[in-house]
Design a protein around this ligand. Structure first.
Ligand code: SF4
Length: 453
């Protein structure tokens, strides 16, 4: 639950505005604290105890946990809402493929290849699975450790290590400690023995309970020992239980502010379904219903894509359309006589226009005007694709230094801005291009001849 400034101000010293924090009053400081605009250490008169209490109150309802490192790190948690329509979800669930140390070397290699090579380009983003979960089915420590070593050395994916045996688990952890693996599953039976080992080399910990109730004392115990990077598995046996458990944990953390359940969760559709298609359907339920990591027994290019697209859609901020950066883009290797076209920054428009130009094989410049994610015509209607604003963008972009001509192609749908644009860009000739991107294939080859002349 978000904390208010009036709750925080009760903890502040209330000195006659000393302003040492940079704010005119304690209340102004408290209001800024509540919105994340400053930090408690800016007030020099807070005791360590009060500072810690304020930090606890300001902490996100669901802890941010980072698994993996560098470009391949997976950040989960930090969510602020139960329902996406309330605001947005922040960190998409990590998708993991399960590799068992009982599987053949051929199968293991095939899975590693899939998780490292399967990638999809989608509205300018690269969609892929991020994690490998390695399971100690063989119960053989050496076999598990050598598989972890092989995967650690052959990929840079984030790792989940799964073993019931603590000695095996921590031996494997020591191999890939610098990759910040998730260690799963610590239980109420072995948590006391695990804590000293965890403290030796801290990494995120996956807690496995038979129920939600099992998890509460475990997270409390970790916290008392200064360990706060936990991932929860409530041990759901089937999909109905799983939806109930995931929803309960999310609501308890966000609506009730119940800290012992304020952690990301992990779900294992791989253990709930025998059939590959059913497993992907279950995984899609977990993507929608709050899981922070989803572990699959296997996937291929056909089953992974819909899951990744669903995840993208659920975790795209509904308040903002997908947009690309305002600047000029080079298509091919354009030179000083290459055509210059302009469009809006709605991702869909940009990629359609970009692809249509690319298909002509004519190196070109595509200038993209920030319309806050609106299409060309809607952007014009909203006053974000006017002659004046497009002219300002052209000047800002630096495109004039790249070309020897001054001819700019605008979309046919906004032919009406031609006059205004020419007035605002002295010396430029504005050419009205096709109304639809499908017309670029016929238009551009003829237009480029006029530039070369
Ligand atoms: Fe209040 Fe502390 Fe700011 Fe002084 S420094 S105004 S006591 S919050």
């Amino acid at each position: 639950m978000p904390v208010s400034g009036s709750e925080l101000v009760k903890l502040l010293p209330g000195r006659k505005p000393c302003k040492d924090c940079g704010f005119p009053t304690c209340f102004a400081f408290a209001m800024k604290l509540a919105t994340g605009g400053t930090t408690p250490d800016k007030c020099p008169y807070l005791s360590d105890e009060v500072k810690a209490k304020i930090e606890e109150m300001l902490a996100p309802a669901i802890k941010l946990v980072v698994i993996g490192t560098g470009e391949n790190k997976v950040e989960v948690g930090n969510e602020e809402v139960v329902y996406r329509h309330e605001k947005t979800y922040v960190h998409p669930p990590g998708i993991a493929i399960l590799v068992s140390d009982s599987e053949s070397e051929e199968k293991v290699n095939e899975k590693i290849k899939k998780v490292t090579e399967l990638k999809y380009s989608w509205v300018g983003l690269t969609l892929k699975a991020e994690m490998i979960a390695i399971k100690n089915d063989s119960k053989n420590k050496d076999r598990f450790v050598s598989l972890v070593k092989k995967i650690y050395e052959s990929t840079d994916k984030a790792l989940i290590l799964i073993s019931d045996d603590l000695d095996t688990l921590f031996s494997a952890r020591d191999i890939c400690f610098d990759r910040r693996p998730l260690l799963y599953g610590i239980t109420k039976e072995n948590i006391d023995s695990a804590i000293p080992k965890i403290k030796e080399r801290p990494t995120p910990i996956g807690l496995k309970g038979d129920s939600i109730e099992d998890l509460i004392p475990m997270t409390k115990k970790l916290k008392e020992n200064g360990i706060d990077d936990a991932i929860l598995d409530p041990g759901s046996k089937d999909v109905l239980e799983a939806i109930r458990d995931q929803t309960f944990i999310r609501r308890a953390a966000i609506k009730q502010g119940f800290r012992p359940l304020g952690y990301p969760t992990i779900a294992f559709p791989c253990f709930m379904a025998k059939d590959g298609i059913k497993e992907i359907l279950l995984a899609s339920v977990f993507v929608i219903k709050f899981a922070s990591i989803v572990v699959l027994s296997d996937f291929d290019q056909y089953t992974l894509l819909p899951l990744l697209v669903l995840r993208l859609n659920v975790y795209t901020d509904p308040r903002f359309p997908m947009a690309v950066e305002e600047k000029y883009y080079e298509i091919g290797e354009p030179d000083e006589y290459s055509p210059v076209l302009v469009t809006s920054n709605w991702a869909l428009t940009y990629f359609i226009v970009y692809s249509a130009i690319e298909a002509t094989k004519i190196p070109s410049f595509l200038c993209v005007k920030d319309t806050e994610g609106l299409g060309v015509l809607t952007g014009w209607a909203a006053g974000k694709f006017t002659g004046d604003s497009v002219a300002a963008m052209i000047r800002r972009s630096g495109i004039e230094a790249r070309i020897k001509h001054k001819k700019l192609v605008i979309p046919g749908r906004v032919a009406r801005i031609k006059g205004e644009l020419e007035d605002a860009l002295p010396g430029w000739e504005v050419i009205v291009g096709p109304r639809e991107a499908t017309g670029i294939g016929a238009f551009l080859p003829e237009f480029v001849k006029t530039l070369r002349k």
